[in-house]
Design a protein around this ligand. Structure first.
Ligand code: SER
Length: 897
């Protein structure tokens, strides 16, 4: 039954926004990036995430304090992962859009119930008799409000416990509260009702369409809750699910938010949707994973082996495996469908259009990479499955081998194993992974990282963002808000060389972020403590919290609440700024001279140089590197001054400013521009005018991973020194050649020609020596023939390498038509032999190949060859006499038969 067949997914989205902005005075907020600024989760899992600081009272609410949004969400990892349900239920996805309205201490239960009910029953015209609601079991207020405000009969209101009707926090800590959900009954199945059996709501007969959360609590890392200052509202309605209900479809994949992708995939794979349950599941998984990957890449996530990059890699590889196995795609294919997703979603998600080329390129490369090992990995997995038919168990080491050697994410191995009724030892996998990490010492202890993250989120919740004052000056005053020693907050620190971390309310120190290293410098503590100093070794940033990593130097101690004078070390900062601005110029030059589709994949900027990673599927030619370098230096010579604007994110995007991949943007963004050379969204520190950079030298260009290139550069004085070093090397070469620097090239060319001539001469001489030896050996052969009536010569010669030995045998064979010749040489620590047998003796059963093989066996080696001529070698030259004796006996014996 289509309730409102004419309402497309986009129309529902538009009507939702319209309803809340026009009829209920909400502020519209476009979707935030899938990469959250909140450090407790990897990907944005819910519409409320961007508003966590507001719920917690750290950031002021907007004006008016009520917002409506449609948020890009992903639930692929962690406690809320829906991965295994995708394609198998009518309503789960890895990526989805959440429509939501929020109140920050403004309206509460009564209003939100009224808004929600009006929207679904009047705007979307969903029949009331199909709707059920749930409430938190002791929330009688909400129970009453549903009856009074919406007229829902009491027998349609189901009480449920904490598992179902309490939402949040979104990560380990954060805002949460009891909730109330609206369900739609798709009808059909059992005659029972949720009144008799509340669990029925979790079956496919019902769809949960809207969750209204009364955000009034905060949960800490111990699981304890405390009231928030405000009573807030957070609601979430999955767009795909509501579209399924409104459009009367059996599952979300048949709505217009998915079906065009399914249709095109099916046509390309030459299968028909709804004919085979297995291909249907594959089509749904592919459509889902493709959509997720496209949005994630557009938001700056690059497939990798860590964090959110790993999640996206896993999603893509899982899709590739399903595509190959069930739809018979045998080469990269997903990338061809990016345009379908773009066309469906570019309004309102303009990033899909802007990043289109980069998305296609990233996806294609990731697919190519995986297709290269998929076959071999699948074969190994098939073998493992065949060999463990009884135990039905894949060991952790094997799962790790599949991951490490063949790029099979663990989830993929689990999928394939499950298809065969097998289980995977995931604990063993983690162990093998941990052992490897330990070996490469690449990772910080995971436990430590978690403890630190929790500590920082707590401090952030307590104090909010640190105010950064270091764009305009390197000196500033601040107050100590927190001191940390060994991951614990302390009231004071003292003692020479005591390491600790400090958080101030305001600081000129730049915390490592956006690829730029953190500042170093010092603190001195205000009046009365003259001479008391602290060395700041590094500064980092977690979310918006700036953390100074310090070493206590001298004085009476430092206490929370102390006023501090903070001084950044100016030379290191200026050098970092020079290199940071250089990477902006580099990115602009790469886009101008190579391809607009290049996008940043990472960077590292310090006082010692910069490296810049970007998506590009091949190495650069020398000429391309030169052009890019020349362009950068031309811009520097033009000396453009820096302009910085604080713009609304949308305005910044429209102005054409480059977005940094992986960076998360708030509402106001900083746009750094140098004339018409570069315009980029960036929170880093930069030179006042390009002239300060003076010079940039690109020092290397290399591959980091498939599809990702890296350029390293040095600027300013370091670039000058780089050239001076090259000059010194040139001079030293010239001196050794005894010419001036400009003459070195001609001189080297001449030397190379001389070497070639000399090599030729040496070769000729060698041949002459061989001829002399051939004459002697020929005489010995003839003497043997005269004595034994057989033209057999078995002899060790000296000074011959393998090539010389072969030449010697050939010449001898040419000189004596009928022969059996075996020559050996002890050369370079090895036993070498060659045999030549003329056709008349081959007929008598003597074969050169057999002869050398037998000798090699004695001398610890191998080799063989044709019956006429064969060569071999061994590691034990001391055994040569024994081998020659044996071969002699063998030949004599054979010829006597
Ligand atoms: N945070 C709630 C959810 O994700 C409502 O938006 O379901």
């Amino acid at each position: 039954m289509a309730l409102h067949g004419s309402l497309s997914g986009s129309t529902i989205r538009e009507q939702f926004i319209h309803f809340f902005t026009q009829q209920h005075a909400h502020l519209y907020k476009p979707s935030a990036n899938l990469i959250p600024s909140n450090p407790t989760v990897l990907l944005t899992p819910a519409g409320m995430l961007p508003f966590v600081p507001v719920f917690l009272g750290i950031e002021p609410p907007p004006n008016p304090p009520r917002v409506v949004s449609h948020q890009k969400c992903a639930r692929v990892s962690g406690k809320a992962s829906d991965l295994n349900h995708v394609g198998r239920t009518p309503r789960h996805h890895t990526f989805f859009e959440m429509l939501g309205n929020f109140s920050f201490g403004d309206y509460f239960k009564k209003e939100v119930i009224g808004y929600a009910w009006t929207f679904i029953t009047e705007v979307l015209a969903i029949p009331v008799d199909r709707l059920w609601v749930t409430v938190y079991h002791d929330d009688t207020e909400t129970m009453t409000l549903w009856q009074q405000v919406a007229g829902v009969p009491v027998n349609r209101i189901i009480k449920r416990g904490k598992k179902d009707n309490f939402w949040g926090p979104p990560g380990p800590t954060g805002p949460c509260g009891p909730c109330s959900e609206i369900f739609y009954d798709r009808g059909g199945l059992p005659e029972r009702s949720p009144e008799q059996d509340a669990d029925l709501l979790d079956t496919d007969r019902f769809v949960e369409i809207w969750n209204l959360v009364f955000m009034e609590l905060f949960q800490d890392d111990q699981g304890k809750t405390s009231p928030l200052d405000n009573k807030n509202v957070d609601t979430g309605m999955g767009l795909e699910r509501i579209a399924m209900v409104v459009q009367g479809k059996d599952n979300t994949f048949e709505t217009d938010l998915f079906y065009p992708i399914i249709d095109q995939l099916a046509r390309t794979a030459k299968v028909t949707y709804k004919q085979n349950p297995q291909t249907d599941i594959a089509l749904k998984i592919l459509a889902d994973h493709l959509r997720c990957a496209v949005f994630a890449i557009a938001d700056g996530i690059v497939p990798s082996n860590d964090g959110r990059g790993y999640i996206i890699r896993m999603i893509i590889r899982r899709a590739v495996r399903y595509g190959k196995k069930y739809l018979k795609f045998n080469e990269p294919f997903l990338y061809q469908f990016v345009s379908t997703v773009r066309d469906m979603y570019q309004d309102p998600y303009g990033e899909l259009k802007e990043k289109y080329a980069a998305i296609v390129e990233t996806l294609k490369l990731e697919e190519q990479r995986f297709f290269e090992t998929l076959e071999r990995g699948s074969k190994l997995l098939d073998e493992l499955i065949a060999n463990a038919a009884e135990k039905k168990w894949i060991t952790g080491e094997d799962a790790f081998k599949l991951y490490d050697t063949f790029g099979f994410p663990l989830e993929l191995t689990e999928d394939i194993a499950a298809e065969e009724g097998f289980q995977v030892d995931t604990a063993g996998f983690e162990k093998a992974m941990a052992a490897q990490r330990e070996k490469s010492r690449s990772a910080r202890g995971k436990g430590k990282a978690i403890v630190q993250d929790q500590l920082y989120s707590k401090l952030f919740e307590q104090f909010g963002a640190t105010q950064f004052t270091g764009y305009d000056g390197l000196y500033g005053k601040g107050t100590i808000l927190a001191l940390i020693v060994d991951d614990e907050t302390v009231q004071s620190v003292s003692g020479v060389n005591q390491p600790f971390q400090a958080i101030l309310d305001a600081t000129p120190f730049y915390g490592e972020s956006g690829g730029q290293v953190g500042d170093i410098g010092s603190f001195s503590v205000g009046s009365g403590h003259l001479g008391q100093t602290v060395v700041v070794n590094n500064t980092t940033k977690v979310g918006d919290l700036i953390i100074h990593h310090c070493l206590y130097d001298q004085g009476d101690g430092l206490t929370v609440g102390d006023a501090v004078e903070a001084q950044v070390e100016p030379i290191a900062r200026h050098q970092a700024a020079i290199h940071h601005t250089s990477t902006h110029l580099l990115q602009a030059a790469l886009k101008k001279h190579l391809s607009e589709s290049i996008s940043q994949a990472g960077s590292h900027v310090s006082a010692d140089g910069a490296r810049f990673d970007f998506t590009f599927n091949r190495g650069l030619t020398r000429d391309e590197v030169n052009r890019v370098e020349h362009q950068i230096n031309r811009w520097i010579q033009q000396g453009y001054p820096r302009t910085v604007e604080l713009l609304d994110f949308e305005a910044a995007k429209t102005s054409g400013a480059l977005l940094m991949a992986g960076e998360n943007y708030g509402e106001k963004v900083r746009v750094v521009t140098y004339g018409d050379a570069t315009k980029e969204l960036c929170g880093g520190t930069h030179v006042d005018s390009l002239g300060e950079i003076a010079l940039v030298k690109l020092t290397s260009e290399s591959a980091v991973a498939s599809g990702i290139r890296r350029i390293e550069l040095v600027s300013g004085d370091l670039a000058y020194r780089h050239f001076k070093q090259l000059e010194a090397q040139c001079r030293s070469v010239a001196e050794q050649l005894g010419v001036s620097v400009p003459e070195t090239v001609t001189r080297v060319e001449k030397l190379q020609a001389d070497i070639k001539t000399q090599e030729k001469t040496i070769k000729k001489l060698e041949e002459r020596f061989v001829l002399l030896d051939v004459n002697q050996l020929k005489a010995a052969l003839e003497a043997n023939t005269a004595a034994s009536k057989q033209p057999v010569l078995i002899q060790q010669v000296t000074g011959y390498d393998a090539n010389g030995l072969k030449l010697l045998a050939q010449k001898l064979a040419e000189a004596v038509a009928s022969h059996v010749v075996v020559l050996a040489s002890d050369f370079g620590g090895k036993a070498l032999f060659v045999a030549s047998v003329s056709p008349d003796y081959i007929q008598q059963g003597i074969k050169a190949g057999d002869l050398v093989k037998a000798m090699a066996a004695i001398c610890g080696g191998g080799g063989g060859g044709k019956p006429t001529m064969a060569q071999a070698g061994g590691k034990e030259p001391s055994k040569l006499p024994e081998a020659l004796k044996l071969i002699n006996e063998q030949i004599v014996h054979q010829l006597a038969r």
